[in-house]
Write a new protein. Structure first.
Lengths: 226, 412
């Protein structure tokens, strides 16, 4: 075997070995991400249970624990960001990601219900937005709407935005969609109980909020997916 | 299929070629070449300096040749004024009285005619050429001569660096030239060179005469000569410690002009008169690996660049669309967080990083092999961030020129 042939074969081996190592490293990192997501799942389970407990406690003394009802929001913001990134990296159909999205959506619905209950019992007027989006490629304006809501949430920290993947196969979410009578013209919003569809501009979106609501909101909000 | 999938075969090819260079670098022939030391033999040598409007540099170039560590009676310097229209003739007259310097003046006819005129004026056993904007280290010639020990060696190339790099573009070229030192040294050890660069390449006079001297070679007479030598079955060696410094373009535009000429010359020569070398088993590593890889590299670089430009443009349009109507204070502010979770480690990115790291390693190796003084730090940085953006520009321009049959001027 000539020197060049031998070196070509060695170089091929090195290339294959390097590509294999890189593939392993990427897989390792993705597995670490999934492990992190599992931890997040556990955290969400605990938080959900905590929220249930808060519901029970608040039934006896509803207005004494208004502040504690929002302790979840900081964690939710971080979890939402990670979930969004994991969805980009691992794929929308990754079973782990889908399961986490379902749990995340459940938590959002519970938080939304708690917020409404507290508002009714204690006379507060939190501004809530239910935002329905789709990642299935059938919603041209969802990215714009999601970005505008992110801006509003950052600018008005008291705003509570709950984002839901319209196509997620989750019973509670389907019930919410049925209750709020949202159809599949996405993006769709329920702002303080009022339905609207489509996104044209930030200005138009802002006009759908109750007058002065954006300036006077006082409760912090969870993160949104889109 | 995503653009990343499209790029993977070319990334594999790049890593394979770099691995091949590294393995060959450690092989016996390359090690033997590095161990080659100066010899006492001092055959007669002539250095031809073709000049066309080189008034600002010719004196320093000639002075560096006169400072070569070589017996005065064995070294002849031939300055050929190829019809300069500036003060080059006046600058040459400063050396008129020097017995080692011969000055030839002729009508402008192109670099190859100047080289041939210089060769015709000397009877030296070995002839070298030195571009009039280049400067040699005193021991360079002593490093080159031993490489001619075997009679089949027809030419020897030197180790080029950029002369006093000042800005990022020049530092980037310096890193690229240093990469070239490793590449030339390695490929020469298995006779895979296809260019004998203008700065201080030497030729066995008898073989140059046998082959009929230099030709126009599509404005790359050094490449044409090297390809002709290879086709005739001769070998091209390299002296990795024969250091020569050359002036380099100081703007991206000038660099693109210069490299367009080089690349179009390569394409015209290799795909034209020397097409038979491609895939030719008898031409060994040059025909089976170096030339095919070089041609594929040109095509793949253009494809990668255009694909990435398209993806970048699409992302940019999407980002602008999403941000339309949002206050700039929010839209332009970063909204990320530093966490390992968000590390963008895709197969494509990690493989690209591997290829880049190997390139940087080969640059550092080139500096060590040639014992080139000075820091390469800025060169590595500018090479990392600039080179990949500029290369496709001259590759596309050259490919378009060749396709459309367009010829450009020589100067950058």
């Amino acid at each position: 075997m000539s020197l060049v042939t031998r070196n070509v074969l060695i170089a091929l081996l090195i290339t294959v070995a390097l590509a294999g190592t890189v593939a392993y490293a990427v897989d390792y990192l993705n597995r670490a991400r999934v492990a992190e997501l599992s931890t997040i799942e556990d955290q969400i389970s605990i938080d959900t249970l905590s929220l249930d407990t808060q519901f029970s406690l608040l039934a006896a003394a509803p207005c004494d624990s208004v502040a504690s009802s929002t302790t979840l929001t900081g964690e939710l913001s971080d979890l939402g960001n990670r979930l969004s990134y994991a969805e980009d990296q691992l794929g929308t159909n990754n079973p782990q990601v889908v399961r986490l999205k379902e749990q995340y959506s459940l938590l959002e619905i519970r938080d939304y219900l708690l917020t409404k209950q507290l508002a009714s019992a204690c006379g507060t007027k939190p501004v809530t937005v239910l935002y329905f989006y789709s990642n299935a490629g059938d919603c041209a304006d969802c990215n714009k709407a999601g970005y505008a809501l992110s801006y509003l949430r950052t600018t008005y920290p008291a705003l509570r935005v709950y984002s839901f993947d319209y196509n997620l196969d989750l019973g509670a979410l389907k019930t919410l969609i049925a209750v709020t009578k949202i159809n599949d013209s996405l993006p769709a919003f329920v702002i303080d109980g009022k339905r609207s569809y489509g996104f044209t501009s930030l200005e138009d979106l802002e006009q759908q909020f109750p007058k002065g609501a954006l300036a006077t909101s006082t409760v912090t909000a969870p993160n949104t997916k889109q | 299929m995503s653009y990343q999938m499209l790029t993977l075969p070319f990334l594999f090819l790049a890593i394979f070629f770099e691995s091949f260079v590294l393995v060959t670098l450690l092989s016996k022939p390359a090690r033997a070449a590095r161990g080659r030391g100066p010899v006492d033999e001092t055959p007669s040598v002539a250095v031809i300096v073709p000049c066309w409007n080189e008034a600002t540099t010719i004196a320093a170039t000639c002075a560096s040749l006169l400072a070569l560590d070589y017996p005065a009676d064995k070294l002849e310097i031939v300055l050929v004024d190829d019809g300069s229209t500036d003060a080059t003739p006046a600058a040459m007259t400063a050396f008129e009285e020097n017995p080692r310097v011969r000055i030839i003046r002729k009508e402008n006819g192109g670099k190859h005619t100047a080289l041939n005129a210089g060769i015709a004026a000397t009877s030296a056993e070995f002839v070298g050429c030195l571009d009039a904007d280049s400067f040699v280290e005193p021991d360079a010639l002593r490093e080159i001569i031993p490489c001619f020990a075997r009679p089949e060696v027809a030419a020897v190339t030197a180790a080029m660096s950029v002369h006093q790099p000042k800005n990022l573009i020049q530092h980037m070229q310096n890193a690229e030239y240093t990469f070239g030192i490793t590449l030339r040294h390695t490929l020469a050890s298995i006779n895979g060179l296809y260019v004998t660069p203008g700065p201080f390449s030497f030729y066995r006079r008898s073989i140059i005469d046998e082959l009929g001297g230099f030709r126009h070679g599509h404005q790359t007479e050094d490449m044409e000569m090297a390809l002709r030598l290879q086709r005739s079955g001769y070998e091209i060696e390299n002296a990795p410690r024969a250091r020569v410094y050359t002036k380099s373009p100081d703007t991206a535009l000038k660099l693109i002009k210069q490299r367009t000429r080089w690349t179009s010359g390569f394409l015209r020569n290799v795909l034209g008169e020397y097409r038979s070398l491609i895939g030719n088993r008898r031409r060994g590593v040059l025909g089976m690996l170096v030339l095919p890889t070089s041609i594929i590299a040109i095509g793949s670089s253009i494809l990668l660049f255009l694909t990435m430009l398209f993806e970048l443009g699409r992302s940019l349009v999407a980002a602008i669309e999403v941000r339309a109507g949002i206050p700039l204070s929010y839209a332009l502010a970063p909204h990320g967080s530093f966490d390992w979770f968000y590390f963008p480690a895709s197969f494509f990115i990690l493989l690209s990083l591997s290829a880049l790291l190997t390139s940087l390693t080969l640059i550092i190796i080139g500096k060590r092999i040639s014992k080139t003084p000075g820091s390469i730090g800025l060169g590595l940085i500018s090479y990392t961030f600039l080179y990949g953006l500029l290369v496709p520009l001259w590759l596309m321009r050259a490919t378009a020129d060749v396709t459309l049959g367009k010829n450009r001027g020589w100067r950058w």
